[in-house]
Design a protein around this ligand. Structure first.
Ligand code: ADP
Ligand code: MG
Length: 392
């Protein structure tokens, strides 16, 4: 179990606190305006806590890719509005002026350092750059879960120089992805779908040691169906993963985990909203057809499993939900989870997008903010940006 100190476990009053936020917000390609400020709004919980507790705040974040040199200025402006106080953007980390600004910060002041990925040193976890960042604070708070699986200067490097704790966002991710999955209220049911078995092998193997029931959907189901000798028509299949699929099925049997594959599915002649669709048994798909979603019998079967669960973890859409014609399975499973009284946890970028698309986010116990990071967490990997924080 992971037990890390949070901002609440340390005294921040009067201290300069370096906070790694996730301000990697989407910008309009033409106007450069922020198209969704969700990440900024979510970061307010930790920021406001620090302000109320009289800290001096030095915020930092990356935005976009290294080499793109995108400025955080729009974020500084939006944050100023949301906080109702000035948030100055610091563009030159090395200047004397910056030194002055930082050393003259007053309690409740907030400044934002320019995009950490303006230099290649960030992703290289360059020690000198980390030391520079650390020099702006006396305490480090990591609240950027989406990059916690990467050892970068602003996520891991700085922790070598400052006492480091987590903010409220990371604290909540740990609670959901560690405590609720590793010491769950049983029965624990995992629903795993998405495009590929290959990208989920780690997740599947780790979950086999923890769950009572594993429900499979999405394109990856076809690799399992084929491994059992079924006919899958032209559905997505990873031929080179048939062996590992068979192995996973056997492991489930050996461990006494009920691993269910879809019994029926929606098939189509092409991936388009106008395609002709049919429903058939999952292991009896005619040539020329692609499996695009789980079928109505499978939805009922999985809903029954969701109803008896006390904890449900979901990663990977049940079908090609980006198309209205193929979204039913994903939507109905999401709705069943939303209506359940169980602890409900969603991880993965596309799964989160699906839940948001259906407007069910607020009805889930936890929708992870980090796509790749949440998957690595569910795989049982150690996340460098979390490992480096002080233990309770
Ligand atoms: P996450 O990002 O939540 O981990 P993945 O990236 O593994 O999820 O998978 C998401 C993708 O899987 C979606 O784009 C979806 O269209 C695709 N998908 C789901 N079912 C199928 C299917 N039957 N055939 C092809 N693609 C599918
Ligand atoms: Mg994805």
């Amino acid at each position: 179990m992971i037990n890390k100190k949070s901002v609440k476990d340390i005294d921040v009053s009067g201290k300069r606190v370096l906070v790694r936020c996730d301000f990697n917000v989407p910008l309009d390609k033409e106007t450069g305006e922020i198209t969704s400020d969700k990440r900024i709004v979510e970061s307010l919980k930790t920021i406001n806590y620090l302000i109320h507790n009289n800290a001096k705040l030095v915020l930092c974040s990356h935005i976009g890719k290294t080499g793109k040199n995108i400025s955080l200025l729009p974020v500084a402006k939006r944050l100023s509005k949301l906080l109702g106080r000035e948030v100055r953007l610091i563009t030159d980390l090395d200047s004397e002026e910056t030194k002055d600004i930082i050393s003259n910060l007053k309690e409740k002041d907030v400044v934002l350092l320019e995009n950490t990925r303006m230099t290649e040193k960030e992703e290289a976890n360059d020690l000198e750059f980390a030391k520079k960042l650390a020099s702006f604070g006396e305490i480090f708070v990591n609240d950027a879960f989406g990059t916690a699986h990467r050892a970068h200067a602003s996520t891991e490097g700085v922790t070598h120089f400052l006492p480091s704790v987590c903010g409220f966002l990371i604290e909540k991710e740990i609670e959901a992805l560690d405590k609720d999955i590793n010491s769950p209220e049983r029965p624990l049911v995992a629903i795993i779908g998405g495009a590929k078995v290959s990208s989920k092998i780690g997740v599947l193997l780790n979950l086999l040691d923890k769950v009572d029931t594993l429900l499979i959907g999405g394109a990856m189901a076809y690799t399992f169906v084929k491994a059992q000798g079924g006919s899958i028509g032209n559905s997505l299949c990873e031929e080179e993963k048939l062996d590992i699929a068979a192995e996973i099925l056997k492991k489930a049997l050996d461990k006494g985990v009920r691993m269910l594959l879809p019994v029926d599915n929606v098939i189509a002649t092409e991936v388009s909203n106008n395609a002709k669709i049919k429903v058939c048994q999952i292991d009896d798909i005619p040539e020329g057809y692609i499996g695009v979603d789980i079928g109505p019998k499978t939805i009922e079967l999985y809903k029954g499993e969701i109803e008896v669960a006390n904890t449900i973890v979901w990663n990977g859409p049940m079908g090609i939900f980006e198309y209205k014609a193929f979204e039913d399975g994903t939507r109905k499973i999401a709705e069943a989870m939303a209506n359940s009284s169980a602890i409900t946890i969603i991880g993965g970028g596309d799964s989160t997008a699906a839940v948001e698309k259906f407007g069910l986010e607020s009805k889930m116990s936890h929708v992870s903010t980090g796509g790749g990071a949440s998957l690595e967490f569910i795989e049982g990997k150690k996340l460098p940006g979390i490992e480096a924080l002080l233990d309770k």
